[in-house]
Structure formats: C-alpha cells, structure tokens
Ligand binder design. Sequence first.
Ligand code: TA6
Length: 301
Amino acid sequence: MITALNTQFGISGQLSFCEDASGLIVAEINNALGSASLCLQGAHLMTWQPKSQSVPVVWLSKDAKMAAGKSIRGGAPVCWPWFGAHATQSSFSGHGYARTVPWQVIESGTEPNGATRLTLRLVESEQTRAQWPHDCNVDLTVIVGDTLRMEMTTENTGTSDFVIGEALHTYLQIGDIGSVRVTGLEGCEYWDKVGGSNLRKQDGAISFAGETDRVYINSAAECVIHDEQLKRRIHIAKSGSLSTVVWTPWVEKANKMGDMGQPDGWREMVCVESANAIDNLVTVAAGTRHTLIVEYRAESV
Ligand code: TA6
C-alpha cells in the first residue's frame, strides 16, 4: 500500500507516504515554502509550519492518539456531513463520521509557486451509507506552502437534494490563550453554547477568560488571530462558509478530555473553524457541488 502510494502519488523531495506505529498512513509534505503532515484516515491534516515561522501554525496535541476509527486531537479535523450532535440519532458520532473513516488519495502535484497539492476522497462503506444513504463524493484538497489552503467539495451525484452541516475544525497554535484576540466577527450574531444555547451579538474583538464555544452565523468574514506572545497574526480567509466556530475548552473541560496535552496544552491552542452549521446548513441540489474553502496565512509582527 505504501509502495503503491509513493509510486503513484509521491513527489520526490516533497511528498511521501509512511505508516505510523498505529498502522495509520501519513502523508509527509516538505517543500521550500512549508511542511505538513496529513493522516489518510479522515483526510486529517495534523501539522503545518511555513518555513517563515519558527513555531507551527496548526496545533497538534502532544497527547494526540493515532488509532483506527478514532479522531486525532488537533490539526484540522473534517466535520461532515453534520456539525455537532446528529439532529436525530444520538448514537451517531459528534461532528459526523468523515474524520474517522478511510480516505483515498486521488491526486497530487506541485503548484507553480512550489507548494504541494494533495487531494483525497472519502471512501464509502456499509457503515457510512448506514448513516448517510446519499449518492455523493466528498473530496478534500490541501495546498501546503507559505499559506495553507483547504478546499472541501461535496458533490451530489444522486437524484435528490440533501442537506449537510460541515466544518474544518482547525486548531491554531498560539502563545497563550490569555493573550490572544480574534477580530473579524464584530457585530456578528452567534450561538453561545456555554451554559445552554443562547443567541448573542459580538461586541468588539473576541478575547478569552474561560470556556468559549460559539457558532457565529451568517458571516463570510475573514478572521485574524492576534498573538501578542508569539508576535504574529494568523489570517483565516474563507469562501463557501457562513459560520465560524470559536472554541477553547479552558481548564476543566480540557482536563476531562485527557488528550489535550498535560499540564496545560489547551492554553497553546484556539479553534477558529470555518463551517456551515445551525442556521447555515447547506442544501446540495442533485447533480451539483458545494465547496468550502479556507486559507491560513501567518505574518510576524
Ligand atoms: O467546535 C467546538 C466543539 O463543537 C466543542 O463543543 C467541542 O465539543 C469541540 O467541538 C471538540 O469536539 P471533539 O468531538 O473533537 O472532542
């Protein structure tokens, strides 16, 4: 499998596939502009560090567990075909099944600027069709360079429309949660999921002093994470997405999760997720496709 992948999709000196100790297959990308790693299970981008940054931009927990059928803590989990809890089936996993099932590589290449491109497609099975009985393809393209671009396309190849919720649930690496601000969502309405679910309006920049779990709706805005400690800004520009989820578990939730990296790995990450959730679910008409795109860029200040 590894040999076949490297023969068909490897790019010498830039992209290779290897098997992790857990038996999962990982794509390792390293070019003149940046480096990344991506687990084929879940098409789960785990790390990204542009050569221009001395600290990774995408955060991966030191206690992230790699195991078949289990989600990996950190990176950019693919939430699809629903976000959060399933609407009616409490036994279905939160954030959908896409991040814990096999994906196959369908294309790789080098962009004109030297960035590395890799496209994967979710592999359907009896298990996936039991939870999602629709004819469709879902592909993820990642382009790894001085920026990180991710394109998630849902193609409805069937004869009836269907509705999806989705997110690229990306964990960004920061100096300390107490000294970052997120701008771009000023004046936006959001569902505050801490202590129930209340609709509120964002007043000014977002800062953090406790568990924060918000789904901002009806916004295509670019967000910026201002990181005082690491002296950098992380720009998050998106299209095909009208929800932005901002999340930190804070200490109590983090300790319960057990894979956030002790003693306080949670302080070095914040999730700013490009999504379509709650009020912004997407109807993909029969025979059409929908693409969510997000591009991350880090600038030192
Ligand atoms: O995106 C925020 C959130 O929905 C939180 O409520 C929390 O559950 C987080 O996702 C992590 O979810 P996970 O299933 O990856 O542990």
